[in-house]
Write a protein that binds this ligand. Structure first.
Ligand SMILES: C[S@@+](CC[C@H](N)C(=O)[O-])C[C@H]1O[C@@H](n2cnc3c(N)ncnc32)[C@H](O)[C@@H]1O
Length: 270
């Protein structure tokens, strides 16, 4: 099986996404979405950004490689009666089912960054977005001191080395790399812009419980625990993560968690 698909189907990202809803809605609120806009949400998970975009009246297609998340997204859309939102399976590296110039806005929040072959991903995002349209990505930043970059850094230290030729998803958090990918896909360099933004993970329990959610349901952390377990190091990994989460939790009430994470917001005007 495609290892990228296996990684995300292994867990249940809906359990993490539940802590990201408020930030997803706030981000969508900043995108200038209007009634009838055609929006693609790539690597959409169970719809943290796709649902709020559809609630604003956009026609939204969510595409994700994980079939369990596509099903979860469609269940959420149905439960809310959002007839202008549907989810389907697809790979950001090759959107073969989607025609050229299909969307006004292509959004990918911590989604397409995880697909292999980043130059193909940029090419596909540009291809399916109309001239005059926009691409907006949210990408974690390598070596950033905040939550998710640190989870991924700690997890990779316990995981086996990646296969030859593997390009780290974190390179999507490096401005020069992102510009090179989009310009080689046909965008003008002056139309690729960057800003730092923050997501918040809000969880109704202490940080130690949020670590357990990541351990049990977040593919990259699950793989790290599997590898650590085989080397007798799972307690060490757990301790590193608990220390990280507790240090970063800025909730006034320690029986709940609210943890900020910085990301690179990329906008490409086509
Ligand atoms: C960290 S989650 C983010 C999900 C969602 N965008 C959100 O904000 O909640 C990463 C998502 O990217 C999806 N993904 C990973 N590789 C992909 C690929 N090649 N094509 C499409 N989706 C992919 C995963 O299945 C997962 O849903």
């Amino acid at each position: 099986m495609n290892p990228n698909k296996a990684l995300w189907e292994k867990g249940d990202f809906t359990r993490i996404a539940a802590s990201m809803r408020e930030s997803g809605e706030a981000l969508v609120g900043s995108l200038g979405i209007t009634e009838g806009l055609d929006v693609l949400d790539l690597g959409c998970g169970d719809g943290t950004t796709a649902l709020p975009a559809a609630r604003l009246g956009a026609n939204v297609l969510g595409v994700d490689i994980a079939s369990n998340l596509v099903e979860a997204g469609n269940r959420r859309a149905e439960a809310e009666g959002l007839a202008n939102l549907r989810f389907q399976e697809g790979d950001a590296s090759n959107l073969e089912d989607i025609g050229d110039d299909s969307f006004d806005l292509t959004v990918s929040i911590f989604g397409a960054m995880f697909a292999p072959r980043p130059f193909d991903v940029a090419k596909e995002m540009v291809r399916v977005t109309r001239p005059g349209g926009r691409i907006v990505m949210g990408n974690w930043i390598p070596n950033d001191p905040t939550l998710v970059a640190q989870i991924l850094k700690i997890s990779s230290a316990y995981s086996p080395p990646p296969p030859e030729g593997f390009v780290s998803p974190m390179t999507w958090g490096v401005e020069s790399e992102v510009t090179e990918r989009f310009t080689s896909a046909g965008a003008q360099p002056e139309n690729v812009s960057f800003e730092r933004d923050t997501y918040r993970f809000d969880f109704p329990g202490p940080s130690v419980e949020l670590v357990s959610i990541f351990r049990d349901y977040y593919g990259p952390t699950m793989n790290a625990f599997d590898a650590a377990e085989a080397n007798g190091k799972s307690a060490e990994l757990e301790e590193e993560l608990v220390t990280l989460f507790e240090a970063q939790n800025d909730s006034a009430d320690p029986s709940t968690s609210s943890i900020p994470a910085t990301f690179l917001r990329v906008t490409v005007a086509l």
